[in-house]
Design a protein around this ligand. Structure first.
Ligand code: EPZ
Length: 423
């Protein structure tokens, strides 16, 4: 297993290209299952999760080719050969559950392994299942799999009212509804930019969708969908992550392709902490206003609130802020695993349930630390950039799931960072 070594203290100056959104691509790829026509995705990120989804789709008989060094994905589900999504693949990546809705809509049946939990929480899929049942699906849970069948004549439109906002469940039922007979109304829908991006792509394929990005989405089912070419939206989580790099260690960095509308709630907190964000022709330029970062309080929420996927990275920034910050993690039940690792670097953090109180210290000190989940791992890299001495982050396979070549992107701006094999 690779590790990444960071020698802290260098200011960062330069520009970082922001890739296409992992969490948009992971729902756009299964959309190929809805049609026998080709679907092309451009601006695709080059990440291990994308490769995992490609392998899952191939196991169902879809063709997935990567072109232009992985930035273009050419997908075709003309000849599907299976409706079985195996545990061996699904257990590696929870987003695999997103083949369930499209398989049901296209083939009328699906057998998808339950994804199981992960480090940040139990992460049930009950909302996905209830939503598909509202479209007439008959589901049977046994042997760790969801055995799903559409009624005779296929799925039919229905009303889905989510008791809590779920990104994945909204995506699953939105895709299924495009081919269901009649009208589907999704209430309390997730409003994330990745949902809007999916709806944009589905509409290009001939789906009839209204209200994506609001809490109520209406879908008029159609008989079939066509192919399309779609550019994956910019990754707002990668964007926010790299915006924090100059914030944490000084200097000025332009995040190429960044857009304020993708990270508005996050930028409000950066502003309160004393960080300037300037829109340019080509992205977002970020620099500290002056002196020390100020403490701010953060509460994670579904979009357009503060993203849970940026909570760990924000905590890294607040570890050296002046004053005490309170972070409330309201989406997942166990998403503070980066806290004990940051404390090994000298951070003062008090965690009780979903609340973390961070009392800023002058400077963190480098230490060997361990990545536990995708976003926790990058928060340790960020902390290492500002820490005194050397930080060794182990188990960086977590990092490679969601960040393309992090050492190259930060290194190009002056960070002293390198990847070592198998330490
Ligand atoms: C998506 O996960 C993202 N993953 C996550 O990003 C992100 O943290 C999350 O949305 C919240 O924004 C992808 O898009 C691939 P949810 P998802 O359903 O869809 C509960 C990353 O780091 N819930 O919105 O799985 C759930 O336990 C990843 O890139 C149910 O109870 O998240 C959680 O507490 C991590 N039953 C809350 O809802 C369900 O059936 C929100 O989860 C589904 C979810």
């Amino acid at each position: 297993m690779d590790s990444i070594i960071v020698r802290g203290g260098a200011e960062l100056n330069g520009s970082i290209p922001i890739a296409g959104a992992k969490n948009a691509c992971l729902t756009l790829m299964p959309a190929t299952l809805l049609t026998d026509a080709p679907l092309t995705l451009t601006n695709a990120p080059r990440l291990s999760d994308i490769a995992t989804m490609a392998n899952l789709l191939r196991s169902l008989g879809a063709e997935v080719s990567t072109l232009q060094d992985g930035q273009v994905l050419a997908l075709s589900s003309h000849d599907l050969t299976s409706h079985h999504a195996d545990y061996e693949i699904v257990r590696k990546m929870r987003a695999s559950i997103l083949v369930l809705g499209p398989l049901l809509a296209r083939l009328g049946q699906a057998e998808v392994s339950l994804p199981g939990g992960c480090a940040i929480g139990a992460r049930p899929v009950d909302l996905h299942l209830k939503a598909l049942e509202a479209l007439g699906a008959e589901l049977d849970l046994r042997d760790g799999y969801v055995h799903a069948r559409a009624p005779q004549g296929g799925l039919r439109g229905g009303t889905v009212t989510f008791p809590l906002v779920s990104v994945g469940a909204t995506e699953n039922v939105l895709m299924a509804a495009t081919l269901a007979r009649g009208t589907t109304v999704i209430e309390n829908a997730a409003r994330e930019p990745e949902i809007v991006d999916l709806a944009r792509c589905l509409s290009r394929m001939g789906a009839r969708i209204d209200g994506a990005g609001t809490e109520t989405i209406t879908v008029e089912g159609v008989d079939r969908l066509e192919g399309a070419t779609h550019r994956v939206v910019t990754d707002r989580i990668e964007l926010g992550t790299y915006m924090l790099a100059p914030a944490i260690c000084g200097g000025e960095v332009e995040c190429l392709g960044g857009r304020i509308d993708l990270v508005e709630a996050f930028c409000e907190k950066l502003d309160a902490a004393g960080i300037d964000v300037t829109e340019t022709e080509t992205g977002l330029k970020v620099a500290r206003r002056n002196g020390r970062i100020q403490a701010v309080n953060v509460e994670t929420a579904p979009f357009p609130g503060f993203p849970t996927d940026l909570q760990a990275q924000m905590m890294a920034l607040l570890c050296t802020a002046e004053g005490t910050s309170v972070l409330e993690e309201r989406i997942f039940e166990n998403r503070f695993m980066h806290a004990p690792e940051l404390m090994r670097m000298g951070a003062k953090i008090d965690v009780h349930g979903g609340t973390a109180r961070v009392t800023g210290v002058e400077r963190l000190r480098g230490a060997p630390v361990m990545a536990t989940d995708l976003r926790a791992s990058v928060s340790l890299i960020l902390a290492g950039l500002a820490a005194e001495g050397e930080t060794v982050v182990s188990r960086v396979y977590h990092l490679d799931r969601g960040y393309e070549r992090v050492e190259d992107k930060l290194g190009a701006c002056g960070a002293r960072i390198e990847r070592v094999q198998g330490r």
